[in-house]
Design a protein. Structure first.
Length: 116
């Protein structure tokens, strides 16, 4: 599976963005999808995940109530809506999945910079 993410940018504190991640190469609806982020000098951490049906969703505590993950299986796309952005949300955001029988696959990352 290949993942192509988009939607980053420069925003002010309190602003919003929506990331998209388009998948190809494998039936998308069978995949658990996730968003991760990595700030400069830090480890890559999970932000949100969503199962194939959208019924099971999980968020990191730091983003609960501000971030929303969703998916459109007809479009092979997973989204991350991020609201009320804070400077500490500045990071490169990655979409990711683990296809059955394979290792973790990463999208190319999209940079978000939140100015104070």
């Amino acid at each position: 599976v290949q993942l192509q993410a988009s939607g980053g940018g420069l925003v002010q504190t309190g602003g919003s963005l929506r990331f998209s991640c388009a998948a190809s190469g494998r039936p998308f609806s069978s995949l658990v999808m996730g968003w991760f982020r990595q700030a400069a000098g830090e480890e890559r951490d999970s932000v949100a995940s969503i199962n194939w049906s959208g019924e099971k969703i999980a968020y990191a505590d730091s983003v609960k109530g501000r971030f929303t993950i969703s998916r459109d299986n007809a479009k092979n796309t997973v989204y991350l809506r991020v609201n009320n952005l804070k400077p500490e949300d500045t990071a490169v955001y990655y979409c990711s999945t683990v296809p059955p029988g394979s290792g973790r696959v990463w999208g190319q990352g999209t940079l978000v910079t939140v100015s104070s």
